[in-house]
Ligand binder design. Structure first.
Ligand code: DPM
Length: 326
């Protein structure tokens, strides 16, 4: 299939990566392009940029859109119609159930998956603990909102949209006292110096798959499956497969306030997770330790423990408010 599609000149075959055209997506995709090109010098690794639905509706609060695969649908259609061979996603933006015919072919080594605070200059040197009541904290993540609201009920949480540069500018303009973002995104875009505090798992459990990239391709494309295999990082893949199995089992989309933390050591997976109500009043927690050779089973068991601790009622309430999301 591949050779038929992309014969180019005598021997060089081109492999086309589809990507969103956001700055972060492009940095991530170019990294993947470089890695693949190094590992497979006989191929020409190319990039095709496109806009997804999520890139087009920037002024609506993400949580209110609630459509499945907001940032992935167009990229997936391009693979299914043969315009591209693979897609690079922030794993946390990739729904846990993929369209028929597509698979998660590789998961790259994870950046620090934690959340980070970027403080306004007027509070230089302070942490969230040291901000006064009423401080305005910018986030559009329901997961961050719920966990932070539980710990800091006195803060005024406000939505913030736009890409990283836009958000940093809104912060600098003085509309917010602090904003919360992923360490991984800030690092990849070269903004790590703006991080004033990395949030510990006690304060904020990260999103499922946060910090890792997911490489998606067609299930019936063995050449590409093999080609992208070099990108798979086993410890990250085991952790993320367990995290995704937990999320899939809870039927929570990427906009449902579910946080997780995982660790892989000595063939064992250590998992902890939280399901939080939007007002931050109910945080249902659970932990699970299990053999890493069955990451999905570990994730499903963790989901079962969350349910046993009362997560379903919290989830039902959230689904009523924001829909099931993606
Ligand atoms: C998802 C969430 C956010 C992104 C929700 C969450 C943050 C939304 C927002 C599922 N995807 O984390 O609870 O703040 O408006 C996103 C970011 C990255 C990938 C940015 C970020 C970079 C980190 C990574 C948006 N997707 O989380 O600050 O690659 O994991």
């Amino acid at each position: 299939m591949l050779s038929k599609l992309c014969e180019r000149g005598d021997s060089v075959r081109s492999v086309i990566i589809g990507t969103r055209d956001s700055e972060l997506a492009l940095v991530q995709t170019h990294w993947v392009q470089q890695e693949l090109q190094q590992a497979h010098p006989d191929y020409a690794i190319e990039v095709l940029q496109m806009k997804t639905q999520g890139d087009k509706i920037l002024d609506v609060a993400l949580a209110k859109i609630g459509d499945k695969g907001l940032f992935t649908k167009e990229l997936e259609a391009a693979m299914l119609t043969g315009r591209t061979h693979l897609a690079v996603h922030s794993l946390k933006d990739l729904p846990t159930t993929l369209p028929e015919g597509l698979v998660l072919a590789a998961i790259t080594e994870r950046e620090d998956p934690a959340d980070a605070v970027v403080m306004h200059g007027r509070w230089d040197g302070r942490t969230l603990d040291e901000l006064p009541e009423g401080s305005v904290i910018g986030t559009s993540s329901l997961r961050r909102l719920a966990q932070l609201r539980s710990r800091y009920p006195g803060f005024d949480f406000q939505d913030i949209r736009g890409n990283l540069n836009t958000r940093l500018k809104k912060l600098d303009d003085g509309k917010y006292d602090a904003i919360v973002l992923a360490v991984a995104g800030l690092r990849r875009l070269g903004w790590h110096e703006r991080i004033t505090q990395v949030l510990s798992p006690e304060i904020s459990l990260h999103a499922v798959g946060q910090g890792a990239l997911g490489i998606e391709c067609r299930a019936d494309d063995p050449d590409i499956l093999q080609l992208v295999g070099v990108l798979n990082h086993l410890p990250t893949a085991l952790r993320c497969r367990a995290e995704r199995a937990m999320l899939r089992s809870l039927e929570g989309g990427c906009q449902v306030p579910i946080g997780v933390n995982s660790c892989f050591d000595d063939d064992t997976l250590y998992l902890q997770a939280v399901v939080a109500s939007l007002d931050g009043k109910h945080l249902i927690r659970a932990e699970h330790t299990g053999p890493a050779r069955e990451p999905e089973a570990a994730g499903v068991t963790l989901a079962g423990k969350l349910r046993a601790n009362g997560a379903q009622a919290v989830l039902d309430q959230i689904f009523q408010t924001v829909g099931r999301g993606s």
